[in-house]
Design a protein around this ligand. Structure first.
Ligand code: 5GP
Length: 188
């Protein structure tokens, strides 16, 4: 049966890399996996493509879609930006037999877990907050103000990790191991 999987973890923890490896593994194993593409009102980072990484939409459009009940969940995150999971696509892929992954933050997970208790919640944690700080600076995609804000958010997010079905520490340079752990959870 198709599984709805929520993966959360602080910004910079390496969720993106792990999910990419998971997509490759599913492909190798000829299994069907769909990674949900969220809508957001934040600006694209360098290299991000509309419709691939996110649907980049205006706040006006986002609010219109909230009113139309288009989102399975949504939240305002970081510096006041909206992020939301489009509902109809998720249902479509689950019905087609795909495992569906949502890479969303902790408040979005709470909303989903309430609506769909059978979903599998996986929290990817850094070895420490200090380590996360270094990774965010190393990534170099945000300025210091945003990084400081994200670290503050990360501390709050770490306190929510016990609400998840699984907590996996993503050790430095060990994304393939983290991916394998998740693959085994989903295919046991
Ligand atoms: P970023 O701006 O770094 O791409 O994402 C910031 C945070 O928003 C990350 O924790 C990411 O997982 C989360 N996020 C991405 N899409 C969604 C969504 O549709 N809903 C919610 N609630 N969070 C999301």
């Amino acid at each position: 049966m198709s599984k709805l999987v929520v993966i959360s973890g602080p910004s910079g923890v390496g969720k993106g890399t792990v999910v990419k490896l998971l997509q490759e593994k599913y492909e190798e194993e000829n299994k069907k996996l769909y990674l949900s593409v969220s809508c957001t009102t934040r600006s694209p980072r360098e290299g991000e493509i509309d419709g691939v990484h996110y649907y980049f939409i205006s706040e006006e459009e986002f609010k219109k879609r909230i009113d139309e009940d288009d989102f399975l969940e949504y939240n305002v995150y970081g510096t006041g930006k909206y992020y939301g999971t489009p509902k109809s696509t998720i249902i479509e892929y689950l019905n087609k037999g795909y495992d569906v992954i949502l890479e969303i933050e902790v408040n979005g997970y709470k909303q989903i877990k309430e609506k769909a208790p059978e979903c599998i919640g996986i929290f990817i944690a850094p070895p420490s907050i200090d380590d996360l700080y270094k990774r965010l600076i190393g990534r170099g995609t945000e300025d210091m103000e945003v990084i400081e804000k994200r670290i503050e958010t990360a501390k709050g997010e770490m306190q929510e990790k016990d609400n998840y079905d699984y907590v996996i520490v993503n050790e430095d340079g060990k994304s393939p191991d983290t991916m394998e752990k998740i693959y085994n959870i989903l295919n046991q």
